[in-house]
Design a protein. Sequence first.
Length: 245
Amino acid sequence: MIPNPLLIALILSATFLVLFAIERFAPLRAPRGELARRLLVNLCVSAIAIGTAYFVVAPAAKASLQYVAIERVGLLRWVELPAALELMIGFALVDLSFYYWHVANHKIPFLWRFHNVHHIDPDLDVSTAFRFHFGEVVLSAGLRVLQIVLLGISPLTFATYEIVFQINTLVQHSNIRQPRAVEPLLYTGRSTPPMAGGPDASAGRGGQPSFSRALLAPPINRATSAGRMKRASCWTRCSQSSMPT
Ligand SMILES: [Zn+2]
């Protein structure tokens, strides 16, 4: 089962519109600049990134999935696991490898030259979610191929991760204020908007951005995320007009 691109586009578009509407009523941070101008830039950059994903990443992933299914190569193809367990382990391994890919994007100067397009957005909201340089998207196709072939990822695991990952990306970047009492309940190993909305927006390379991807994160990331959550809560209370430094 390879996810239908049209169905995914509809789900993500609906999620984007819902989050964009909520941001108008319950913003976490006050904007620094004019929304219309940012929105135009972000939507143009995102459209190129999504187009690149459609024409480069999707075919590469599809070919890799077919190769793994036919040749039965990769870690999860060499061990016989119940389907549900294989899905959970495959999901976790893909997520973990994405975590380190994100870290590499901050630590390696060549990768950072592309990735900083995502972090130099002067404000952070749902329109930032897919603001990626198309070069980074092309490079991520290589990562997908490695993930699928080395881990032996099945189409079901790939499809499940893609949908969860993309929806979480939208939620994580959204500028939505949530009750402070609710925040710890939502933080169950994933980064929430107040956490992602702080340093990840402005720190960039050399800072302390939130590296978590979909749901899982290594302990080191959880520890730094927990610290940021406290700071982010303070920003929510103390300052609606400034971004963290
Ligand atoms: Zn980053």
